[in-house]
Design a protein around this ligand. Structure first.
Ligand code: NAD
Length: 359
């Protein structure tokens, strides 16, 4: 039986992840893949209980699991702590320990929520993008890095570096993802200026030979940023390095207009972590106001990528579509002046839709 490490975290984390857990348990109940869910502490909750943002027991739990399901971490209560003691460190250490090198962020517009996008409806109606971002290399981790004073002047530097193996393994993730979607891959670089991304383009082009059924194009990052606003529906899978992906995936997520709807997966070799893209939203924590759908959609990604249960992933996604069709909205996705429901009611509605009934 597959093992799931379950870390609700802080702020709205426990509320949204309890809905996600309910959905996962419902899937099991209906005959989906059987999993063993083991709960642990991470972030501020772990700091309060154990004095560490990622206690050894939590790390062991994650390392022994096939997948991690995480709510969110952080909050003002811990903001004054030194950097190495902050809740976010728990998350960063977890990602590093699991060697999660591929970050998958779908930015899909639900037709029912087209009006929530900052772009005109005709531009976003067809948007269904998967950003595949490399997560463990690039200028964020490259050496040398540092800051110094030379001749009385301050200077600082970082190094953008990738080797061909790192590029090939993330490219393969993106090509495979494109095979399961519309068969289009756009690789983003700055090959006109940066040697590192010239190698990126070279290796991605070589890797394309393994995937003749995928149509590959290359875009410079500045053009990609522009195209995402000008005509976002042209993209299927966007493949990026760590830094370009950091920026473009946030841009892509905003096309859909609703941070509470977007799931993510971070994949390594045989390990994975699933979480919503948003944070712990301390401003609405404990008020039954948070939208749990991003976390529920993260469960769908887990079913797809870690539990080899594509049909169940689709069923969960369909249940989410069904509750939106019923007109159910949490506050973040409701047009002004229209009725809203709370976190728990939204979770229950998805479970009811999964079971085939209505909310
Ligand atoms: P945030 O994503 O928590 O919140 C931004 C805004 O979006 C807030 O107004 C919040 O109410 C709203 N929001 C977020 N998720 C929502 C949901 N599911 N439903 C409805 N509204 C939602 O970002 P922030 O305010 O910059 O950060 C708050 C805390 O979260 C900080 O401590 C930060 O470090 C942490 N954080 C954690 C993660 C993570 O755990 N992966 C990611 C980002 C930020």
């Amino acid at each position: 039986m597959k093992k799931i490490a379950f870390f609700p975290g802080d702020g709205i984390g426990p509320e949204i992840s309890s809905c996600a857990r309910q959905v996962l348990e419902c899937v099991m109940d209906l005959g989906g893949p059987a999993v063993e869910i083991q709960e642990g502490l991470v972030g501020g909750a772990a700091l309060d209980a154990e004095g560490e943002p990622l206690p050894a027991a939590s790390l062991d739990l994650a390392l022994a699991a096939d997948a991690v399901l995480l709510g969110a971490v952080g909050g003002p209560k811990w903001d004054g702590l030194p950097p190495e003691k902050r809740p976010e460190q728990g998350l960063l250490r977890l990602r590093k320990a699991l060697d999660l090198y591929a970050n998958l962020r779908p930015a899909q517009i639900f037709p029912q929520l087209v009006d929530a996008s900052p772009l005109r409806p005709e531009l976003v109606r067809e948007v269904d993008i998967l950003v595949v971002r490399e997560l463990t290399g690039d200028i964020y981790f490259g050496e040398p890095r540092g800051r110094e004073e030379v001749d009385g002047k301050r200077r600082a530097y970082n190094t953008m570096v990738y080797d061909e193996d790192e590029i090939r393994r993330i490219a393969r993730v993106a090509f495979r993802a494109a095979q399961g979607r519309r068969g289009k891959l756009c690789s983003v670089d700055k090959a006109n200026v940066l040697e590192c991304t010239r190698l990126w383009r070279e290796v991605v082009t070589e890797t394309a030979q393994e995937f003749p059924d995928v149509q590959l194009e290359h875009l410079y990052v500045d053009n990609a940023a522009m195209q995402l606003i000008r005509y976002p529906a042209q993209f299927d899978v966007l493949l990026t390095g760590n830094m370009f992906g950091d920026i473009l995936s946030d841009e892509a997520s905003q096309l859909t207009g609703s941070i509470g709807m977007l799931p993510s997966a971070s994949l390594g070799e045989g390990r994975a972590m699933y979480e919503p893209i948003h944070g712990s939203a301390p401003d609405i924590a404990g008020q039954d106001k948070a939208n749990p759908l991003a976390t529920i959609l993260s469960v769908a990604m887990m079913l797809r990528h870690s539990l080899a249960a594509e049909a169940w992933a689709l069923r969960v996604e369909k249940a989410v579509t069904a509750v939106l069709d019923q007109g159910l909205r949490t506050a973040d996705i409701a047009p002004p002046g229209t009725p809203v429901i709370g976190t728990a009611a939204m979770g229950n509605a998805v479970v009811a839709a999964l079971r085939g009934g209505s909310a």
